[in-house]
Design a protein around this ligand. Structure first.
Ligand code: NAD
Length: 494
C-alpha cells in the first residue's frame, strides 16, 4: 500500500482533509494505494503558490524556458520505462500501449521547445506617419488542467507543456483513479530546472474541482473528460469569468465503403476498437458497414477477436488489459447484456471467458445496432464494437452527422474523390482517411465538434498557444515634442 498526495511549490504536501480515495490495481481488483483529496484550503494553498511564482516565471527568458523543455524532453525519454510501468500499474494498459501514450505526450513537450518561435508577434512599420503597430502574446496567469483517467501522462502533457512555456504557472488536478504518474512528472519538471511553484498538483475530486472553478485567481481551465462534466466545467468556469476549453466524450464511427480493402479495414477496426480496452476517446466504437460488404466485414472482425490476448498489462504477451474499475466494467457489461433485448445481435460476448481476477472484459462485437438503442446512442468506453449496416455512403454520412458527438471519425475506401467529399461534408473535428485513430500530431490541434468540445479553441498545437496567451497590440510613435498640438478628432491613418 502506498499513499499519493499533492505537489505544491516543488515538493510533496500531505493532505490533511481526512478525505481519501482508493487506488485499485485493475489487473487484480485489489486496492494498492490511497490518494489524499484536497479540501478548499489545500487548493487555495496551491493557487497561492502558483500565483507567487508567476511574476518571476513570466519574466524568465524564452531561451531559458526552451532549455527547461529540452531538459524535460530528455528526462521523460530516459524515464520512459518507469513512467510506462506506473501507467500499467494504475490504469492497467499494456506496456506497448503505455509507451505509445507517452510517445504521443512527449511530442507536446517537443513542440513547446519551440516556444521562442511560437510566441513571435507581428510588427507593422509606418502604419501611420511615424507610427508603428505590433502585437505581443502574454501569459494569462495561473491556469488549471483537469484530466481523465485514460491518459494519465499524455493529456497532462497536452496542457502543461504549452501553458508553462507560454509563461503561465500551472495547477494539475489528475484523475483520482490513477494519480501517481503526475507526481513523477512533477519530479522530472523539477529536475529539468523548472522553478518551484510553476507546476503544482492538487489531488482530489469534485471538491477540488469546484474550488478551482470558483477561485478568483484562476485565469483559465483546460478540461478533458466525459461530456456531462465537460459541460459543467465550461458553464461554471465561464460564468466565473474564466477562459475554458472542455473536451468531452465520443462515439467515433468508421465508415467502410465496398471498395475498401476489407482485411485492412478489419485489422484497423480491431486495433482501434479494442486497443487500451476501448478506453480511448478516439477509439472506434461504431462501424458503418455498407450492406454489400457487411457480412464479410463482420466475419473478418469476428475471426480476429479470438487472437487478442487479454491479460495483466505488465505481462509482455498481453495485448489488452483490464478496465479501470469494477464499476466501469459492470457498466460496460450492461450494454452487452441489454443489446439483444433492443434487437441487436451479440456476435461475440466479451463477458464470456474474461479473467475473473481484476476488472476484465474480453472484446465484444454487436451487429445490427441502430439509433435508438443504448449500445449505439451512448458512449460505452469499453472494448465493444457495434456494427450499423447502411445502404450507402450518404446514409453513413447522415448517421455520423446526426450523432450528438463529433470527436473523431474515419472512412476506409480506395476512392480519393469520395474520401475528399467525406472530409468536406462530415461534422466531426478529427477525420481519418484510411487512418482509424486520427489523433493530430502536436503541431496541429486536437479537438472534437458538437458535444465532444465546449469552448472555442482546440487543445495543444497552435490553438494551445492561443488558449494560454492573450494578445496585446501596441501602437507607438516617437514624435518631436515641438510638433505636439491638441486635436480632438478621432485618430486617422490617411
Ligand atoms: P470524468 O469526466 O469522470 O473525469 C474527468 C475529470 O473530472 C477527473 O479529473 C475527475 O476527477 C473530474 N470529475 C469527475 N466528476 C466530477 C464532478 N462531478 N465535478 C467535478 N469534477 C469531476 O472522465 P473519466 O471517466 O476520467 O474519463 C473518461 C471520459 O473522458 C470519457 O468520456 C472519454 O471519452 C473522455 N475523454 C475525452 C477525451 C477528448 O479528448 N475528448 C480524451 C480522453 C478522455
Amino acid at each position: 500500500m502506498y499513499r499519493i498526495d499533492h505537489w505544491i511549490d516543488g515538493h510533496t504536501v500531505s493532505s490533511k482533509s481526512g478525505r481519501t480515495g482508493n487506488i485499485f490495481d485493475p489487473a487484480t481488483g485489489q486496492i494498492q494505494g490511497t490518494v489524499g483529496f484536497a479540501d478548499v484550503d489545500e487548493v487555495d494553498q496551491a493557487v497561492a503558490n502558483a500565483k507567487a511564482a508567476l511574476p518571476a516565471w513570466r519574466s524568465t527568458n524564452l531561451s531559458r524556458r526552451a532549455e527547461i523543455m529540452f531538459n524535460m524532453r530528455e528526462l521523460v525519454s530516459s524515464h520512459r520505462s518507469e513512467i510506462a510501468a506506473l501507467l500499467t500499474q494504475e490504469h492497467g494498459k499494456v506496456t506497448a500501449d503505455a509507451l505509445g501514450e507517452l510517445a504521443r505526450g512527449l511530442e507536446n513537450i517537443e513542440y513547446a521547445c519551440g516556444i521562442p518561435n511560437l510566441l513571435k508577434g507581428g510588427y507593422s512599420e509606418q502604419a501611420s506617419a511615424g507610427v508603428d503597430v505590433y502585437n505581443i502574446r502574454q501569459p494569462l496567469g495561473v491556469v488549471v488542467g483537469i484530466t481523465p483517467f485514460n491518459f494519465p501522462s499524455m493529456v497532462p502533457m497536452w496542457m502543461f507543456a504549452n501553458a508553462i512555456a507560454c509563461g503561465n504557472t500551472f495547477i494539475l488536478k489528475p484523475s483520482e483513479k490513477d494519480p501517481s504518474t503526475a507526481m513523477l512528472i512533477a519530479e522530472l519538471l523539477k529536475q529539468a530546472g523548472l522553478p518551484d511553484g510553476v507546476f503544482n498538483i492538487v489531488q482530489g475530486d469534485k471538491v477540488a474541482v469546484d474550488r478551482l472553478l470558483s477561485h478568483p485567481d484562476i485565469a483559465a481551465i483546460s478540461f478533458v473528460g466525459s461530456t456531462p462534466i465537460a459541460r459543467y466545467i465550461y458553464e461554471t468556469g465561464t460564468k466565473n469569468g474564466k477562459r475554458v476549453q472542455a473536451l468531452g466524450g465520443a462515439k467515433n464511427h468508421m465508415l467502410v465503403l465496398p471498395d475498401a480493402d476489407l482485411d485492412m479495414a478489419a485489422d484497423a477496426l480491431v486495433s482501434a476498437a479494442y486497443g487500451s480496452a476501448g478506453e480511448r476517446c478516439m477509439a472506434i466504437s461504431v462501424v458503418l458497414a455498407v450492406d454489400t460488404i457487411a457480412d464479410e466485414l463482420v466475419a473478418k472482425v469476428k475471426s480476429r477477436i479470438p487472437n487478442i490476448v487479454v491479460g495483466n498489462g505488465s505481462d509482455p504477451s498481453s495485448e489488452m488489459g483490464p478496465l479501470i474499475t469494477g464499476e466501469h466494467r459492470d457498466k460496460v457489461a450492461g450494454y452487452i447484456a441489454g443489446a439483444a433485448g433492443e434487437g441487436a445481435k451479440v456476435v461475440v460476448d466479451g463477458r464470456e471467458g474474461a479473467p475473473s481476477d481484476g476488472f476484465f472484459l474480453k472484446p465484444s462485437l454487436i451487429d445490427h445496432a441502430q439509433p435508438g438503442m443504448k449500445c449505439y446512442d451512448e458512449e460505452i468506453f469499453g472494448p465493444v464494437l457495434t456494427v450499423v449496416r447502411v445502404k450507402s455512403y450518404e446514409q453513413g454520412l447522415q448517421l455520423i452527422n446526426d450523432n450528438q458527438f463529433g470527436n473523431g471519425t474515419a472512412i476506409f475506401t480506395r476512392d480519393g474523390g469520395v474520401a475528399r467529399q467525406f472530409q468536406f461534408d462530415v461534422n466531426v473535428g478529427m477525420v481519418g482517411i484510411n487512418v482509424p485513430i486520427p489523433v493530430p500530431v502536436s503541431y496541429y490541434s486536437f479537438g472534437g465538434w458538437k458535444a465532444s468540445l465546449f469552448g472555442d479553441l482546440h487543445m495543444y498545437g497552435p490553438d494551445g498557444i492561443a488558449f494560454y496567451t492573450r494578445s496585446k497590440v501596441v501602437t507607438s510613435r516617437w514624435p518631436d515634442p515641438r510638433t505636439s498640438k491638441v486635436d480632438l478628432g478621432f485618430p486617422q491613418n490617411r
